[in-house]
Design a protein around this ligand. Structure first.
Ligand SMILES: C[S@@+](CC[C@H](N)C(=O)[O-])C[C@H]1O[C@@H](n2cnc3c(N)ncnc32)[C@H](O)[C@@H]1O
Length: 913
């Protein structure tokens, strides 16, 4: 596409193929000068704006829509002039004068660029004369005349209306066709050239037209010359005939060709002549009546407007507009390969021989028997005219058929769209064309529809399909009758040969909903529309006030928000060759769970008796019973149910310390075997139960339900882990098995070599809690050395070290010390920790440190049942003694106690405050 150029002369270059952002007023006013104007667009752009009170300066702002001003009425659904007003602006302020106006032309969605192009939204570029001056800036009235003149060019002597041929640029489509050596009748301008041949017909039909000749017509009267010139070039190229200087030779040759049945480029023209001769009158009158109805019903009483002095000029204009409109339509649709059903008075042409009317009548029946041509390359024209279409070689032959088929075309595109399923009506009606079924489909479609009536077999064959290559098919060739009987027996076509409807590029029928409630649609767009009123008596216009309710609607609607990225998960579904009916693939996770449960189940049966005893002895609280019951049940669901059950409501809203105490209390309350308790009364004190940790302390541990966003990290972590198999000692102990499932909660780097003994599993401080404590300690004390008096397997010591402290880790159990050292190495902090195996009660007096951290065993499960946890008696060794010894090291003591511990408890006047 070319952008219009602007020269100092101010004369607009006439190429409206592309909107210009710098359209001058002169251009604006000249917009109507060219091209076939819509039959229904009685109101010109400039007039419209003038009526709207939009100043010429304001027009510029609306120029973007200029190229659409001549959208034919059949395509134009609505025009809207929007006056925008800011909320801040005062009520009643004339928004028209405030300068925010948008003119919207709403057309049917299926309008194609090509179609607009063909309809005249493209101009022809004419070089300006060197001596062009401002006189070329014409008034609108002059333009009107100018516009009128363009339709009279056929009546003008050729020497007076023909611009310099070399001044005219052919459209790119034609040039492309030429460069490829293809027939130009399928190109853009080449279509126009055929009108050259129809000069005589045009004259006959256009006797009432004025003849005017003005200098500015040089801008507009080039169409015929272009065609003539192109035709001459074609002849030079194809036939080596020089006809350039003698148009009469061209016509002569055309006549000869017709006589010889060798219709080439002129076929289209002849067909048009026949078409227009047959239907033009009816079309003109019908359209005229409609127009006058809109304007003034009294005018309808004028029976012969062409003879009425007042109406004559209007009639002439009407004639021009309609003639060219239908001519364009004719050319376009024919070149698109579109045809319509023909059942009535269809002039048959066979290889260039026009039939007489009598013959037409005889052929009606034959036409009625057109049948579907089931091939994507089907040549719609060939079916009629014995055309063995070859894309290049036989294109002319295909052209011949256009004439036949054009009688079947409904050139009213609006109706063509709206009445796809309408049946044909009698074309003997004076408005036959309008009443003709105007489906856009190949000729066979009509027969298809007829066939569909005959039986269900044909119902699935679409009545619309694009014929992408009108001249490509060699599918069928019938005899002189020209009608295709292909598949007339009703045999169903193989699937690959069934016609397929090709969707047109801009067609949005799936999205369009003509029945949609406008209010709903407006609402969807965040708008509210007011009531409509006829707008200044302009036909087809209504005025409504539209309120913008929601400015951010585009961001609130999924459909409107263009920023939204649609996340789609690539999911591959594989199908095996062998159908696996009833076989469902389980996920790897599910498999793991199943394996785990299997392992858990086996030892569970062996120890269930012990646990029952233990449960009855460890606690008589309902909560614990539930917990124990759940633990006794190896079912994974019950296992998981333990988690929320143990999270009783009284725990909610507790501080972190309280939560830790809750955890600790439950630990001690858990099912410690009686014999073990007896053997080591102080060894187990804090058995951990799962999920007693507030959310913000939750670890990513296996078996927990985590938000989706964390899944990826977890997956990555897990990928790095070498998943160890369930250790035998864990598998052998169902109580430990549930902790195994939470191993990453205890140590996030568990798989890197963390080791725990049985007591360690129950008593270790979960990593997140230990981290939190260490953080609190770091914040509270600036000192470096911390004594972890009861270090166990190192849960707290490691986090202290990670917090930057140096740690003296003490435990009475050498196994614990060994495990703690190992685990500290896993975390890379072993060198920050001094491990001492011994009794803190004995070592305390000789220890030096800045802070003492105390997490002694809490003495068994009783601590949860006690109303008050007695620090002195329930901790082993004596909690008060521990505290007092710690005071010998430092007064910075951190004591990890159950939440029901009485921190105000005093012993011999000593308190822990
Ligand atoms: C609750 S655990 C400590 C858990 C530790 N905070 C952790 O995170 O792993 C109590 C530990 O104190 C140890 N212990 C018991 N009596 C002790 C004593 N008199 N001196 C030192 N350690 C003792 C036990 O062996 C046990 O490992």
């Amino acid at each position: 596409m070319r952008r219009r150029e602007k020269k100092n002369t101010g004369r607009p270059r006439e190429d409206f193929s592309e909107p210009s952002t710098s359209l001058s007023e002169a251009r604006l006013s000249g917009c109507n000068a060219h091209g076939p104007t819509s039959a229904g667009s009685a109101l010109s752009w400039s007039s419209f704006l003038r009526r709207e009170g939009v100043s010429r300066q304001k027009k510029k702002a609306l120029c973007e829509a200029a190229m659409l001003r001549e959208v034919p009425q059949s395509l134009l659904v609505a025009k809207m002039l929007l006056f925008l007003r800011n909320d801040e602006e005062e009520e009643g302020k004339d928004s028209e004068k405030s300068g925010h106006s948008i003119l919207c032309f709403c057309s049917r969605a299926f309008v194609e660029d090509r179609k607009l192009y063909k309809l005249g939204l493209k101009g022809f570029y004419v070089k300006e004369e060197e001596n062009s001056t401002g006189e070329d800036q014409v008034s609108e009235d002059e333009e009107k005349e100018q516009k009128h003149d363009i339709f009279n060019t056929a009546d003008l002597p050729s020497d007076s209306r023909v611009p310099e041929v070399e001044d005219i640029e052919l459209d790119s489509e034609t040039e492309l066709m030429k460069s490829m050596g293809l027939p130009l009748q399928f190109g853009g301008a080449a279509v126009h050239k055929t009108i050259m041949r129809s000069g005589n017909t045009y004259k006959r039909n256009n006797k009432v037209m004025k003849k005017k000749k003005k200098k500015k017509n040089m801008l507009q009267k080039d169409i015929l010359e272009i065609m003539k010139d192109t035709l001459e070039e074609d002849h030079e190229t194809e036939d080596s005939h020089s006809l350039a200087d003698d148009p009469s030779l061209i016509n002569k040759e055309v006549d000869e060709q017709c006589e010889n049945g060798e219709v080439k480029l002129d076929g289209m023209n002849e067909k048009w002549e026949i078409y227009w001769g047959e239907y033009g009158e009816g079309l003109l009158w019908k359209s005229w009546q409609e127009k006058q109805e809109d304007v003034d019903s009294e005018l309808l009483s004028i029976s012969e407007p062409w003879d009425n002095p007042e109406m004559k000029e209007k009639w002439q204009q009407h004639y021009n507009e309609l003639y060219w409109y239908y001519w364009e339509q004719f050319q376009y649709w024919a070149n698109q390969g579109w045809t319509v059903d023909v059942a009535h008075s269809s002039p048959k042409i066979n290889k260039g021989n026009l039939e007489t009317k009598e013959e037409k009548t005889q052929n009606i029946e034959i036409d009625d028997e057109y049948r579907e041509v089931p091939d994507s390359n089907f040549c719609p024209l060939a079916s009629v005219a014995s055309c063995e279409c070859n894309p290049i070689k036989n294109d002319n032959q295909c052209n011949i058929d256009i004439l036949t088929e054009i009688n079947k075309i409904n050139l009213n595109s609006e109706e063509a769209e709206d009445s796809k399923s309408e049946t044909m009506v009698d074309s003997n009606d004076s408005q036959g064309l309008y009443l003709t079924n105007m489906e856009r489909h190949c000729p066979c479609d009509s027969s298809q529809s007829k066939k569909s009536d005959e039986g269900p077999k044909e119902e699935n064959t679409t009545s619309e399909y694009g014929c992408s290559n009108p001249a490509a098919s060699q599918v069928h060739s019938t005899g002189g009758g020209g009608s295709s009987h292909n598949n007339s027996d009703g045999d169903e076509q193989p699937p690959e040969q069934k016609p397929v409807r090709l969707k047109r590029s801009h067609e949005l029928d799936a999205e369009e909903d003509a029945q949609a409630d406008p209010d709903e649609v407006f609402g969807f767009l965040g708008l509210k529309r007011g009531t409509g009123q006829r707008y200044r008596e302009i036909p087809g216009f209504s005025e409504r006030r539209v309120t913008h309710l929601n400015r951010n609607m585009k961001f609130k609607s999924k459909l409107l928000d263009m920023r939204r990225t649609i996340k789609t998960k690539n999911k591959h579904i594989f199908f095996t060759e062998e159908p696996e009916v009833g076989v469902f693939k389980t996920s790897e996770t599910l498999n793991k769970v199943e394996r785990f449960l299997k392992q858990v189940n086996e030892p569970q049966e062996e120890t269930s008796q012990d646990k029952t005893v233990h449960a009855s002895t460890s606690s008589d609280s309902e909560e614990q019973e539930n917990s124990v019951c759940s633990q006794n049940n190896p079912d994974v669901q019950n296992y998981e149910l333990v988690l929320p059950d143990s999270n009783s409501s009284r725990h909610k809203g507790n501080s972190i310390e309280e939560e830790k105490l809750i955890i600790a209390a439950r630990d001690c309350n858990s099912e410690v075997p009686v014999e073990e308790v007896e053997k080591e009364p102080c060894s187990l004190g804090r058995e951990l139960l799962p999920l007693d940790i507030p959310d913000y302390l939750q670890m990513k541990t296996e078996g927990e339900v985590k938000p989706m966003k964390k899944k990826k990290n977890r997956k990555n972590k897990k990928e790095n882990r070498s998943v160890p198999s369930l250790p035998p000692e864990i598998a052998a102990d169902p109580e430990l098995a549930k902790y195994w499932a939470q191993r990453y909660r205890l140590f996030s780097r568990f798989d890197e070599g963390i080791h725990l003994d049985r007591e360690g599993w129950f008593s270790v401080t979960p990593e997140k809690i230990a981290e939190h404590i260490a953080d609190r300690v770091r914040q509270s004390f600036k000192s470096d050395i911390i004594v972890d008096a009861f270090c166990g397997v190192g849960g707290n010591s490691i986090q202290f070290a990670l917090a930057g402290k140096r740690v003296i880790a003490i435990d009475i159990d050498p196994v614990k010390i060994r495990l703690a050292h190992n685990n500290a190495e896993v975390y890379g902090v072993a060198d920050q920790i001094e491990f001492i195996c011994g009794d803190f009660m004995k070592l305390a007096s000789s220890l030096k440190g800045d802070i003492v951290f105390l997490s002694p065993p809490w003495g068994g499960p009783e601590y949860t049942t006690a109303e008050v946890f007695d620090v002195q008696t329930m901790i082993c060794p004596d909690g008060f003694e521990v505290f007092k010894l710690s005071q010998k090291i430092t007064n910075n003591i951190v004591y990890f106690l159950p939440r029901n511990a009485d921190i105000d408890q005093k012993q011999h006047g000593l308190s822990m405050h």
